[in-house]
Design a protein around this ligand. Structure first.
Ligand code: IVH
Length: 667
């Protein structure tokens, strides 16, 4: 490979790694490897100035992609809690406290929230900093992102708060939001978050705070620190904090005996399943700050508090066999078939094994006794094998080499954990999966049709792809067993109605890899017809908000395939919408075309999300951080001092809310 070719290769790779890291939050190489590649590129570019490219990934170093958050030292270290798992250990803790204090004391019982911890600093009633736990001594400054969390007050109300104090708590992604986010990621075929904790911490580290805002995080505050707190009691301080606007968990109880602690634990061990957020235990804290001080700390954790962790419900059962599912994209998912076992109120028969690496790291053998857990995850998983119960001579589970459905040889792309069957047009589950996706509620929403009917039509040779649906005849459907005339009528009506489905959903329904609902919407704004989209170049595609190189390449690949072009044509002929309606497009201008705009601060007239939408509507691009390329900053009140400083340094213009509204011709 020549040096020039290497430059191109490095640029392409680094674009992809940036995308994996910053957009998907799933880096596939270490920071060090990334830095090494970047350095190699910079050295080669220095040697070959004729290859200058203003879009090279190297151009972003030190500007908008210098995304490493600033590290801030914690004024008080962020310690963790000692964990206990049994009544006996809780009793030990209680007795130790009793003995050390040798006086009456109260214990505050709280939920242990399973999110990501945060330390907030308030000065003169204003939020000035939000820092992650980091290594306990120093953490990342995520102030801008935290400011998007609506339950965290930017300005305190009431009175009596100290001039300066810290308050710590947990940032959480409610179950509902988590499930919705994963559904969305699934439709874009992005890796799912395993649990709300990972989703919350991943979100907090996103670079674009408007994206953070969209993910609807929540927070509970549970620990106040400072020189002049209002009360001696931890519980009482939190009650004060509640009056200043903080969200404090209502499940906080002061108790005076071991029995009351056990009652609290056993009640919430069950009842927590009805809470909107994930919890993984109970925290017990000696209430008086004076007594806390007397008890002091070990190197790692306070002696005045302890966590009691709920038992992740686990069951031991037998692995009967491993089967393999083929998804609509050809991705192969191995599934453990288990001897049915009762776990957290349901009977578990199957567990996902995710991919080949997981199977080999578990060293699974058929007939093994395996531990299954549900934990914070929705799908049960195998957490381990009981070695003492292995049957001598049992067969080791090895990943299949060929598709279980069509027999094609499987491939594994570099940097991907999954194996794929690439026989897209002939492999039955891929064909059926694509049709099922097309008819699904969020896509074409074809009433009367479901996966079972699709299966029957496919078995009968009536459909091979989604365009065939529109050629179905009432009499052909009616003659099928279990269907009849009424169903035939419903299905044809459903298909007829689907011709009114807006273009953005048709685009989503096509099932182009990585084009989920949100991406389809964005694409539809930028390319309001299928002809504009199929004719777009890589450069044009990546200019679109939130469209990275991976999505762009997938779109190009889709339209480069004659079969897909043909399919689109047949759908167009059938009467499906292949362009956005005029009313969907109305109000769109290019007043902000080519502008990269940073949003900062708090606004009077519209929310941040609304401003983001307005920017896009007028052809601009909302970006997360300030760089030389930023056209201007749309600034509300309380724009962060670090942003202000950076804007001044780079000479980026600051535009007020009113000025901005004038620019786009709104009042
Ligand atoms: S108090 C010095 N209270 O658990 C004690 N922590 O291992 C400070 N956590 O990092 C923490 N719920 O992220 C406290 N009600 C609660 C909590 C809680 C969850 C987390 C927190 C901390 C970890 C301790």
């Amino acid at each position: 490979m020549t040096e020039i070719e290497r430059i191109d290769q490095l640029r392409e790779d680094l674009h992809l790694h940036n995308y994996n890291y910053y957009v998907l939050n799933t880096p596939v190489i270490s920071d060090k490897e990334f830095d090494d590649l970047m350095r190699e590129l910079q050295d080669l570019e220095a040697k070959h100035p004729e290859r200058y490219d203003e879009n090279s990934p190297s151009m972003r170093v030190g500007s908008d992609i210098n995304k490493n958050f600033t590290q801030i030292a914690h004024k008080y270290p962020m310690l963790s809690l000692g964990n206990t798992y049994s009544q006996a250990e809780v009793t030990e803790f209680y007795e130790r406290v009793c003995k050390s204090l040798n006086e009456d004391f109260e214990i505050c019982c709280e939920m242990k929230f399973d999110g990501t911890s945060i330390s907030l600093t308030y000065e003169h009633g204003k939020l000035v900093r939000a820092v992650t736990r980091g290594d306990g001594a120093k953490g990342d400054d995520v102030t801008d992102n935290v400011k998007t969390i609506r339950t965290i007050p930017l300005k305190l109300h009431g009175e009596g708060y100290p001039d300066s104090f810290e308050i710590r708590g947990e940032i959480l992604m409610p179950w509902e939001v988590f499930e919705e986010l994963n559904r969305e990621r699934e439709s874009r075929e992005e890796p799912l978050f395993a649990n709300p904790r990972n989703a919350a911490s991943g979100t907090l580290k996103l670079q674009n705070s408007s994206q953070v805002a969209a993910r609807k995080l929540d927070a509970y505050l549970y620990y106040m620190l400072g020189e002049s707190l209002p009360c001696d009691g931890h519980y009482e301080n939190l009650k004060e904090a509640e009056k200043w606007g903080f969200k404090i968990s209502p499940i906080t109880r002061k108790v005076h005996s071991l029995q009351e602690i056990f009652d609290f634990i056993s009640y919430w061990d069950v009842e927590r399943k009805n809470l909107p957020v994930a919890t993984d235990g109970i925290v017990l804290k000696v209430n008086s700050l004076r007594q806390q001080k007397n008890l002091g700390y070990t190197a790692k954790s306070p002696r005045w508090a302890i966590a009691y962790k709920f038992q992740a419900e686990q069951a031991l059962t037998k692995l009967l066999k491993v089967t393999y599912q083929v998804g609509r994209t050809g991705a192969i998912t191995p599934v453990a078939n288990l001897e049915p076992v009762q776990l957290s109120g349901t009977i578990v028969k199957r567990a996902s094994l995710h991919n080949a690496d997981i199977i080999s790291s578990l060293d699974l053998h058929l007939g093994d006794s395996v531990y299954v857990e549900k934990g914070g995850e929705i799908i049960p998983k195998i957490t381990g094998v009981e070695p003492s119960m292995r049957i001598a001579g049992s067969e080791k589970v090895t990943f299949i080499t060929h598709c279980p459905e069509c027999g094609s040889k499987l491939v594994r792309y570099e940097d991907e954990a999954a194996h794929y069957c690439t026989n897209e047009t002939l492999c039955p589950p891929q064909i059926k999966g694509k049709i099922e996706h097309f008819i699904s509620r969020r896509a074409m929403n074809i009433e009367g049709l479901g996966p079972e009917t699709v299966d029957v039509f496919y078995q009968e040779g009536m459909i091979q792809n989604v365009a065939d649906l529109y050629q179905l005849k009432a009499e052909d459907i009616a003659r099928l067993e279990r269907l009849g005339e009424k169903s035939a009528e419903n299905i044809l009506q459903g298909l007829e109605r689907s011709k009114e489905v807006p273009f953005e959903r048709v685009l989503f329904a096509l099932g182009i890899r990585f084009v989920g609902e949100t991406v389809a919407k964005k694409l539809c704004r930028a390319f309001p017809s299928i002809d504009l989209l199929s004719g777009a170049s890589l450069e044009q595609l990546v200019q679109t908000d939130e469209i990275g190189i991976r999505i762009a390449q997938s779109i190009l690949l889709y339209f480069s395939d004659e079969k897909n072009r043909c399919l689109v044509e047949r759908l167009r002929e059938a009467g499906l919408k292949m362009e956005a309606d005029a009313e969907d497009r109305s109000g769109y201008t290019d007043l902000l075309a080519g502008s990269s705009i940073v949003i900062s601060g708090v606004f009077q007239h519209h929310s941040r999300d609304e401003y983001k939408a307005l920017i896009e509507k007028h052809g601009g691009k909302n970006v997360g951080s300030i760089s030389k390329k930023t056209s201007f900053i749309l600034a509300g009140d309380n724009m962060g001092p670090s942003k202000l400083e950076k804007a001044e340094k780079l000479g980026v213009r600051i535009v007020s809310e009113d000025e901005f509204l004038q620019m786009i011709g709104n009042e």
